[in-house]
Design a protein around this ligand. Structure first.
Ligand code: NDP
Length: 239
């Protein structure tokens, strides 16, 4: 049988367990796609969005979502929002350009780690983290170092299952302007046949791979999906 067929079977089994999940960063580029992918697969009986603001959706498919608006600076006070989920997804992140070095560390490290801790304490057994290509706690680059640190600290929390995704440059028609990404997009877009598997990836691929991977049962507790792994999973699971 093909992987796509196997996933259909796994999907059916998974659905019967009435699991619930939460998404951090559902308003972001990857998060929006992840939400779409999870709703499309219909594998959760409850999906909760945890964010700093309430989101509005027009489509009927979104009407059963639960939203928890939290203050990430006082996350301890919102422990209840993280209680009782089986699976957690994190697509949270900001940039140094937007909020400075300290702000970047607060979001991409502190908020992410605290959320994972609260989720673990609240009974969550499976955690999916969108990190980055090149994440390395020993890197000299702040961005990669912070990503690598938070990856490792979450691993130490001991989720039954923990998946780290390390996409390359995210290919997306972003609304806000990010000049470096724009140039990268033009470049990788033009040569996507050559580079797509190692350097860049469409956000839909990341999102769909995260959704598909939820259904799989890897041997190791912690798995790292590099850009190529994400692309392969996306392709074999049926785009
Ligand atoms: P976006 O920038 O599109 O979305 C970021 C999300 O994080 C939004 O939901 C946003 O909420 C939330 N967020 C940002 N700042 C804060 C804050 N201070 N408090 C609360 N929530 C906040 O994310 P992408 O999809 O582009 O990226 C997702 C992840 O992937 C990030 O961790 C990024 O570092 C990583 N990554 C990105 C790559 C790229 O090429 N861009 C490459 C590899 C990895 P709100 O809508 O309220 O602002």
């Amino acid at each position: 049988t093909s992987m796509a067929e196997d996933l259909k079977t796994l999907e059916g089994n998974f659905r019967q367990h009435n699991k619930s999940c939460f998404i951090l960063g559902a308003s972001g580029e990857t998060g929006q796609e992840l939400l779409r992918a999870l709703l499309g697969r219909n594998i959760f009986s409850k999906i909760t969005l945890i964010g700093r603001r309430r989101l509005t959706f027009e489509d009927k498919a979104y009407e059963n979502l639960i939203q928890e608006v939290v203050d990430f600076e006082k996350l301890e006070d919102y422990a209840a929002a993280f209680q009782g989920h089986d699976v957690g997804y994190c697509c949270l992140g900001t940039t140094k350009a937007k909020v400075g070095t300290e702000g970047f560390i607060r979001v991409d490290h502190d908020y992410v780690l605290k959320s994972a801790e609260l989720a673990k304490a609240g009974g969550c057994t499976q955690f999916h983290l969108e990190s980055s290509r090149g994440a390395d706690k020993n890197s000299n680059f702040l961005y990669l170092k912070v990503k690598g640190q938070v990856e490792a600290e979450i691993e130490a929390l001991g989720f039954d299952r923990y998946a780290i995704y390390r996409p390359g440059v995210l290919l997306v028609d972003r609304q806000e302007s990010r000049p470096v990404e724009w140039v990268a997009r033009k470049f990788f877009g033009a040569f996507s046949a050559v580079f797509s598997t190692s350097m860049s990836i469409p956000i839909q691929a990341v999102a769909k791979a995260m959704a598909s991977n939820t259904l799989l049962r890897p041997e190791q507790k912690t798995e790292i999906l590099e850009n190529t792994d994400i692309t392969n999973l996306w392709k074999s699971a049926g785009k």
